[in-house]
Design a protein around this ligand. Structure first.
Ligand code: 0XW
Ligand code: MG
Length: 366
């Protein structure tokens, strides 16, 4: 089988409400969908959709420029040979893992279809038919965030992530206490500062919330800041934005810098890279998520397939953007949440089929 063509599509992703985190507000995004077309007619889909240009260094236009650079060198390769495809992408362009991720995801999709297996089966096998997700509560008043956390727990979510930071730390401390009062014991809480806290405020927050079971996600901007305060904190620390690639995951794990990760599919480089990060975490019994910063059904399906292969006791869930966005590219079979869990797609490959009408005409083709 040979890769005969690549199409790249723009997909508008409108939000149903403003998703506010410390460093950015997400409203309307444009996702980039990649279609790999094989010479036997099989197609595979991938996607990359950074949460705006500020959340992390990756951004939509950067992804498209990188795909322009990479695309032509892949024609003629066997799309089932994902290792070879990744080596060819690295030979064509340094970095830009988040753009290469869209090709990598599409290659796993096409390989699954070629072998008539789901992606999760190719990754070692699923632990069950559904996986947990978590709800990310956007920044607002302490009362509002506590109300939302309570409602989501009642809906069936076992974990909530509360966006903190970007405001007076006293408000975040009040929020965490109110969330504890408003929810029943057993809910798992992540307080995610998205890099915005000073080491001083992280210490204040952790010490003043010492009797609340929670993990602090990505409190500060650099590994050095986290390392400097880590042993003065009362809570486990998870890394998200600084887990930029497999090497940074390895560095954080081997340096004993963190207790877990928010692993992001496209930032790491796609399903191939996320699978390696999953195994590194497994070797050190570290909990982690398998999700992305945003995106539609293709990214959601890819996260769910990898998430389905993680040891359940250490899996923190796959966050997907479905509750926050007003559009599905697979209208027949969208990836959606029911009572805090997501059904693992059953079809071969990723198990989602984008509706051609939703994709429109390609913005680039090779
Ligand atoms: C909750 N997320 C997975 C989605 C938003 O883009 C932020 C992100 C995170 O954990 O930082
Ligand atoms: Mg995070």
């Amino acid at each position: 089988m040979k890769l005969a063509g690549i199409n790249v599509y723009n997909v508008d992703v409108p939000s149903v409400f403003q998703y506010k985190l410390a460093s950015a507000t997400v409203t309307h995004l444009q996702s980039t969908v990649v279609e790999l077309v094989a010479d036997n007619g099989l197609v595979g889909f991938g996607e990359t959709c950074p949460a705006g240009p500020v959340y992390q260094p990756q951004h939509m236009l950067g992804a498209r420029a990188a795909l322009q650079e990479i695309g032509p060198s892949l024609i003629g390769l066997d799309p089932r040979n994902i290792g070879q495809l990744n080596r060819a992408m690295n030979a064509a362009l340094n970095g830009s893992r988040y753009a290469k991720a869209a090709i990598d995801i599409a290659a796993w999709d096409i390989a699954g279809k070629a072998y008539n297996r789901r992606v999760c089966d190719l990754l070692g096998g699923a632990t069950g038919d559904t996986i947990p997700t978590y709800y990310s509560v956007t920044t607002s008043s302490p009362d509002e965030m506590a109300r939302e956390a309570r409602e989501r727990q009642q809906e069936g979510y076992a974990r909530v992530q509360l966006k903190i930071g970007g405001r007076d730390v006293e408000q975040d401390i009040e929020t965490l206490h109110k969330v504890k009062e408003a929810t029943k014991p057993g809910i798992r809480i992540a307080a995610d500062a998205n890099r915005s806290l000073t080491s001083r405020d992280t210490m204040f927050l952790s010490q003043r919330c010492r009797d609340i079971s929670l993990v602090i996600e990505q409190p500060c901007n650099t590994m050095e800041e986290i390392a400097a305060i880590r042993h003065q904190l009362c809570h486990p620390v998870y890394m998200d934005e600084l887990a930029e690639d497999v090497n940074s995951v390895m560095r954080a794990v081997s340096g004993g810098l963190v207790d877990g990760f928010g692993l992001k599919l496209t930032r790491l480089g796609g399903i191939s890279a996320l699978q390696i990060a999953r195994d590194i975490c497994d070797a050190r019994s570290l909990p982690h998520t398998c999700d992305d910063t945003w995106g539609g059904d293709i990214i959601a399906a890819a996260c769910v397939h990898v998430g389905a292969t993680v040891v359940p006791s250490r899996f923190e869930g796959s966050w997907i953007a479905a509750p926050y966005i007003a559009r599905h590219v697979d209208k027949q079979n969208p990836v959606r949440i029911e009572a805090g869990r997501i059904k693992v797609p059953t079809g071969p490959g990723l198990g989602v089929t984008p509706d051609k009408l939703q994709l429109g005409s390609p913005i680039m083709s090779f």
